[in-house]
Design a protein around this ligand. Structure first.
Ligand SMILES: Nc1ncnc2c1ncn2[C@@H]1O[C@H](COP(=O)(O)OP(=O)(O)OP(=O)(O)O)[C@@H](O)[C@H]1O
Length: 218
């Protein structure tokens, strides 16, 4: 796999989600093209996370369609898994692995050259300013540091599409600005970014487009 890669085109047409009679997402449409960042904005419970899960193929819509480069989003399809790096809640981590170990594992999983792994891992941690914590275990981090590590982990694997659920959470002003810079860098490389965000400054700095998810009947 060549890195960086061209971004994925995301098309959501009247996607809706119901579960056991409850409405998780009312019909919503959006398009995100390669190299653009679309921010999903709306009140708590409106359906932003549900929409991100639909785009990642983690769940199927009850109505409408969700496609990635024209193919149905489906996490069981290797094409979806190859394309998508998602930070939707805390990722699975290992209690007995340090931060360096985690990124080294990801590097090996993607078949990268072991001779240059250490350099890439150091740069991957530095990207979100957690390189000085490289030899800590995840349970030895503050909640904000742990979140920065989760961002570093998400950024580290090759991906055409980044899905981020409130990536600004627990970050101070400087780190929120850093996050916006990192998102713009990824867009400049061609990656598509779709994220839910409650922060107006991060939204203003990172978004090419804002999609309102209202949660109200249309
Ligand atoms: N597994 C579930 N079963 C039933 N209802 C659910 C489930 N998951 C979410 N919901 C409901 O679906 C609606 C949308 O939730 P969702 O998490 O997508 O909202 P959100 O816009 O991301 O909210 P927030 O800004 O609070 O994170 C909410 O009313 C929520 O209670």
């Amino acid at each position: 796999m060549v890195w960086p890669m061209t971004g994925t085109r995301v098309e959501v047409v009247d996607a809706a989600k119901e579960l056991d009679g409850a409405v998780l997402l009312r019909p919503t449409s959006m398009v995100a093209g390669p190299g653009t960042c679309v921010v999903l904005r709306g009140p708590n419970g409106a359906g932003k996370t549900t929409l991100l899960r639909l785009v990642g193929g983690l769940t199927t819509p009850s109505g409408g369609t969700v496609t990635l480069d024209g193919a149905r989003a489906d996490e069981r399809d290797p094409a979806t898994r190859d394309a998508v790096a998602a930070l939707l809640g805390a990722p699975a981590t290992y209690r007995d692995l340090t931060l360096v170990d985690h990124l080294t594992l990801v590097d090996a999983t993607w078949g990268r050259d072991p001779d240059t792994c250490a350099e890439r891992v150091a740069a991957g941690l530095a990207r979100f300013g957690v390189d000085d914590l490289a030899d800590r275990f995840t349970h030895e981090l503050s909640s904000g540091q742990r979140h920065l590590f989760h961002l570093a982990l998400t950024w580290f694997r090759p991906a055409r599409l980044l899905l981020l659920d409130e990536p600004e959470q627990r970050l101070d002003d400087d780190r929120r600005a850093l996050l916006a810079t990192r998102i713009r860098e990824r867009c400049a490389e061609g990656t598509t970014v779709v994220m839910a965000c409650h922060d107006p400054d991060v939204t203003a700095a990172a978004a090419d487009e804002v999609v309102e998810v209202s949660g109200e009947p249309g």
